[in-house]
Design a protein around this ligand. Structure first.
Ligand code: IMP
Ligand code: MG
Length: 172
């Protein structure tokens, strides 16, 4: 694993995630949450986020893959589904990064057919320059420039997820 130019340090990640957790705790006071993490990219983020939320909650995972390895077609396949019903539940959908928005848009449509009480999106990162569809992001960690980033759960070809900070990946 080579060293990468850092975009967001561990310290900034930690502080911002804790802040998001406090906002969520305040907004959902008195309620129980089902946190739905989108695999695989959000696994590090969600692990930190849930430990900053002081509410009763359950964690669920949904696995998805974009066809043909492209994230821009919006044709998404569910590779691993939720293990429980979300009917009548308050869902917090947690994603690592929103790029074109097509993946999130598909997931929001899909989850809404299951009749949750509410669904809010929490995304660590957004690349506004690349948005193709508007996705309402209730909780957003950082807006980032149009660069390919890895680390803190995000990958390139499956690698770099274990990098503790967010780095900019440029082909060598
Ligand atoms: P969208 O459907 O275009 O919004 O794609 C979102 C998905 O593309 C994310 O869940 C990531 O898996 C992937 N992705 C987009 N940008 C990056 C990046 O900079 N680094 C790593 N993965 C990315
Ligand atoms: Mg992803």
């Amino acid at each position: 694993m080579r060293e990468l130019e850092p975009l967001i340090t561990e310290e900034r990640l930690r502080a911002r995630v804790a802040q998001l957790g406090r906002e969520i705790t305040r907004d959902f006071a008195g309620q129980t949450l089902v946190v739905v993490a989108v695999l695989k990219g959000s696994f590090v983020f969600v692990a930190d986020l849930v430990r900053s939320i002081a509410l009763p909650l359950e964690v669920e995972f949904i696995g998805i893959s974009s066809y043909a390895g492209t994230s821009s077609t919006g044709v998404v396949q569910i590779t691993q589904d939720l293990s429980r019903s979300i009917e009548g539940e308050h869902v917090l959908l947690v994603e690592d990064i929103i790029d074109s928005g097509l993946t999130m848009s598909y997931l929001l449509d899909n989850l809404s057919t299951r009749h949750p009480a509410s669904v809010q999106v929490c995304a660590l990162l957004e690349k506004p320059a690349r948005a193709k569809v508007r996705v309402p992001i209730a909780y957003k960690g950082f807006e980032i420039p149009d660069e390919f980033v890895v680390g803190y759960g995000l990958d390139v070809d499956g690698k770099y997820r274990n990098l503790p900070y967010l780095g900019i990946f440029r082909a060598p």
